[in-house]
Every structure is written in structure tokens, then in C-alpha cells.
Ligand binder design. Structure first.
Ligand code: 5RP
Length: 262
């Protein structure tokens, strides 16, 4: 691993804690105008001070994020499909040169282990890792799960380990029962996605369970930007991940600023 690659990774996963709060706002690349992100600029701007990294596409980065943004960028560079098509049929959607022009700290690509286009996505990962190694850019492999796939430790450890074996610098997956097995068998840091919107307390429990069981943090989207208090929610997630706050203390942070309906 080159110095540059390690340095970029250390911008995202804080060396003091070994953890990261990544804000995932890349959903539009296959979902279109996702609820909560319709006006990307308005949704993202107030959250960036609390994020260790922003994960998004180059289109939203250029159109909706100011060049003065402090948070490092994790650029989604896979896509080519929509929610209406076969999701695993992804390719690489941005070149490494463009990623460098955009001054990103990492690039992200989904792999679809066990899906129709598994091979294509795994070979895209290896291509990206080769290019990333050339320029010192870390690659985040996202273990995308098909509609019919079970998100259990057996499957997720298979997908995470394959991603690491093929050279990913870090991996994003889902939390599951027996999550330690996923982390312990994956030689690179693992962060978790939040998944579908949950009640805020449950989302904080998810983040808490994940870091307690070895996750290097979260790459969370809907449970933050679809909350009725997105700033309170990202502050609460941050307290759990970076400050080891209890779920109760984090939930109290979320509740600051929530308007109680009469
Ligand atoms: C889609 C992604 C999303 O960024 C990911 O699902 C994280 O967002 P959420 O917390 O909303 O699940 O990588 O493939």
C-alpha cells in the first residue's frame, strides 16, 4: 500500500479511533430522486460538518457540493443500471483520472456476489484496484445484496472476504447476526450500510451493535437524510461511532431539535 493510499484512507477512517462516519448520498445512481435527496444540495449541506466522508456520484458532487467542502469524498464509480433493470449488470462509470481531478479520497464500486453478473462486477473491482494502486486511491467494495439473497454472516463473510482478496482497501456490507465472523474473516476494515429507514432509536442500536462487534464505522444514508431531524441523527450516529456513546445518550442528541407534534 503506497503512502498516498494510506494517507487518503486515514482521512476517512480516523486514525485516533479506527472508525468513520460516512454519509452515503449516492442512492440516485440507480434509484433516481430518492426520498430525502430530491434537492441534493439542501439535504447534504447541513450534514457535512458531521461526516468523516461523503459517498456520492460525480454528478451530485459537481452540481450540489461546494468546492470548499471539508469532508473527504468517496466517489461512487459503478452503475449503469436502474431499479427497473437487472441491478447486478453494473460497469465502471467514472475514470480514475476524473476521480483524481475531483480530488477524491477513495472510489467505491458494488460487487454482486452470487448474482447474474457476479464475474463482471468482481473483474471491475480488480480493474479499479489496479488503477487505484497506480495513483494511490483506495477502493471501497460495496457488497450489494440481490433481492432474493439472505443477508446472513455466511453470505456476507463470503462477499467481504472476496472483496478483500481482490484488493479492496475497505468494504461496506450489512450488519447481521454473528457479525464478528464477518469482521474477523475480512482482513480490511468493514463499515456497515444503514439500509431502509428504521425508527431512529433502532438505527442507533444498529450502529452501536455494529461498532461493538468490530465494524470500523458506518456508511449510512437513509437513516440519516430521511430522518425528521437529519442533523440530530448524524450527530447521534457520530456520538455512537466516534465517541462510544450509549444508545440512550445518542438518542437524546437526536431528540434535540425534534418538534413534538401536539
Ligand atoms: C447503494 C449504496 C448506498 O450508499 C447504501 O445502501 C448506504 O445507504 P443506506 O444507509 O441508505 O443503506 O451503496 O448500493
Amino acid at each position: 500500500m503506497s503512502w498516498g493510499l494510506k494517507n487518503r484512507l486515514a482521512r476517512i477512517i480516523r486514525p485516533e479511533t479506527g472508525r468513520a462516519v460516512m454519509l452515503a448520498v449516492d442512492h440516485g445512481y440507480f434509484l433516481g430522486p430518492t426520498s430525502g435527496l430530491e434537492d441534493a444540495r439542501t439535504a447534504i449541506e447541513p450534514l457535512t460538518p458531521y461526516a468523516d466522508a461523503l459517498m456520492l456520484t460525480r454528478g451530485v458532487l459537481r452540481s450540489s457540493v461546494g468546492t470548499g467542502v471539508g469532508a473527504p469524498i468517496v466517489l461512487r464509480v459503478s452503475g449503469g443500471t436502474s431499479i427497473l433493470s437487472e441491478l447486478s449488470n453494473e460497469g465502471i462509470t467514472a475514470s480514475m483520472e476524473d476521480a483524481i481531478r475531483l480530488n477524491v479520497s477513495a472510489v467505491a464500486l458494488s460487487i454482486f456476489v452470487g448474482a447474474e453478473h457476479e464475474r463482471q462486477t468482481l473483474l471491475s473491482l480488480t480493474q479499479l484496484v489496479d488503477e487505484g494502486e497506480r495513483y494511490g486511491i483506495p477502493v471501497l467494495a460495496v457488497t450489494a445484496v440481490g433481492r432474493d439473497m439472505v443477508r446472513d454472516a455466511r453470505y456476507l463473510s463470503l462477499a467481504c472476504r472476496i472483496a478483500a482478496e481482490l484488493g479492496a482497501s475497505f468494504v461496506k456490507t450489512y450488519y447481521c447476526d454473528d457479525f464478528e465472523r464477518v469482521v474477523e474473516t475480512c482482513p480490511v476494515p468493514v463499515v456497515i450500510a444503514g439500509g431502509k429507514k428504521l425508527p431512529e432509536r433502532e438505527a442507533l442500536e444498529l450502529a452501536h451493535d455494529a461498532v461493538v462487534h468490530g465494524a470500523a464505522g458506518v456508511d449510512m444514508g437513509r437513516n440519516i437524510f430521511q430522518s425528521d431531524n437529519p442533523v440530530g441523527m448524524i450527530r447521534a450516529v457520530r456520538a455512537v461511532v466516534q465517541d462510544n456513546a450509549s444508545v440512550d445518550d445518542a438518542f437524546a442528541l437526536y431528540q434535540e431539535g425534534v418538534t413534538v407534534q401536539a
